[in-house]
Design a protein around this ligand. Structure first.
Ligand SMILES: [Zn+2]
Length: 96
C-alpha cells in the first residue's frame, strides 16, 4: 500500500475519534420508530419530523434520539440540551 494512503488512513482514524471537528449543517434521514418510519430533517437551523407528535409541539422522540446519536457534531443551537455523553461508538470503542 502506498505510504501516502497509509498516512491518510491514520489521519482519518484520528479524526474519527474527534467528532467535535465536525459541524453538521443538514441532516436528512428516515427514522424507523416503533409505529412506523418517519422523514426526519435538520435544515436552515430547524428540525422537522413527519410523525404525529412533532407538528403539535416541535419536539418528538425521533428528533431527540437523533440529537443523541450525532451528539457533538450538531451546532449548539440545534441541541435541546448540552451534550455531555455523545453516543459515538461507531468504531467499537467509546470515547474517554
Ligand atoms: Zn418524530
Amino acid at each position: 500500500m502506498q505510504s501516502s494512503l497509509i498516512g491518510k488512513i491514520q489521519k482519518a482514524n484520528m479524526y474519527a475519534r474527534e467528532p467535535e471537528r465536525v459541524a453538521l449543517s443538514e441532516i436528512g434521514a428516515t427514522f424507523r420508530g416503533e409505529h412506523g418510519s418517519y422523514d426526519l430533517s435538520y435544515s436552515d437551523g430547524a428540525w422537522g419530523c413527519s410523525c404525529n407528535s412533532f407538528p403539535a409541539s416541535g419536539i418528538c422522540s425521533h428528533v431527540m434520539a437523533m440529537q443523541k446519536l450525532v451528539g457533538t457534531m450538531l451546532p449548539a443551537e440545534a441541541r435541546y440540551w448540552p451534550v455531555t455523553d455523545p453516543a459515538v461508538a461507531t468504531n467499537g470503542t467509546s470515547s474517554p
